[in-house]
Design a protein around this ligand. Structure first.
Ligand code: ADP
Length: 237
């Protein structure tokens, strides 16, 4: 169906972990839809299942049950090799602690990611667009936390993926830097019609997103469409 190409659909997705004799449902029967270009916030307390949901969307974990259709493709049946290609070409990841290679410069960190992608953008141009024109050749240790996160954003964007998945992207940043990072992410998503999914426990970030998925004990507690989307500049932490 034509319209399926613009929607990510989860149908009764569950994830069960077994450690020793103990089984834990990290996710239970999650069904939801996310549109192309949508900005989504996944909110919930620690242990609620947010990261598990993000990892399943990103092809880093497989659901134990249910179906996931990613813009018309059923990724729940993917083999490990298909999942690797999916992660490589379709998904950009941003983590709380940046996850940059310490022995590579800013631009080399991006080149490392783009070299193996199909439709990558120019690493230098993207680094410049996140405000790091003068720091292309700095190593991560020569950059502030905010600058390192901008490199990691540039790395995700430069892959030119369909979705950008962010796990607590501002968790290690001060207020002003956090706002800058969120603004960069939202502006990029809107400009290129990319789906942006932000996992956080910070309620403020939910105000600048179109859709808010509240996760509790592995289930969707509440799904909210913001009628008014706050401007990032107006946020007071
Ligand atoms: P959140 O991101 O909301 O903090 P997680 O998705 O990390 O929550 O975890 C949800 C639940 O699944 C927790 O109870 C956690 O302990 C459990 N869990 C997550 N990953 C694993 C794993 N690899 N093995 C076993 N249990 C796990």
């Amino acid at each position: 169906m034509e319209e399926d190409r613009d929607v990510i659909k989860l149908n009764n997705v569950s994830k069960e972990y077994t450690v020793g004799d103990i089984k834990t449902f990290a996710l239970k029967n999650i069904s939801l839809e996310i549109k192309r270009g949508e900005t989504v916030c996944i909110l919930g307390q620690s242990g609620a299942g947010k990261t598990t949901l993000l990892n399943i969307l990103g092809g880093m974990e497989k659901a134990t049950q249910g179906e996931i259709s990613f813009f018309g493709e059923n990724i729940s049946q993917y083999t490990e090799i298909e999942l690797m290609k999916y992660r490589r070409n379709k998904v950009g990841f941003i983590f709380q602690f940046y996850n940059l290679m310490q022995n590579l410069t800013a631009i080399e960190n991006i080149e490392l990611a783009t070299e193996i992608c199909k439709d990558a953008l120019d690493p230098k141009e993207i680094l410049e667009s996140v405000g790091l024109k003068d720091k292309l050749n700095n190593f991560p240790a020569q950059l502030s936390g905010g600058e390192q996160q901008r490199v990691s954003i540039a790395r995700a964007i430069a892959k030119n993926p369909d979705i950008i998945l962010c796990d607590e992207p501002t968790g290690a940043l001060d207020f002003d830097t956090a706002k800058l990072v969120i603004k960069l992410l939202i502006d990029f998503g809107k400009k290129f019609n990319k789906t942006l999914i932000i996992v956080t426990h910070n309620q403020l970030i939910s105000l600048v997103c179109e859709k808010v998925i509240h996760i509790k004990n592995g289930t969707i507690d509440k799904l909210v469409y913001n009628s008014k989307i706050e401007d990032v500049d107006n946020l007071i932490w």
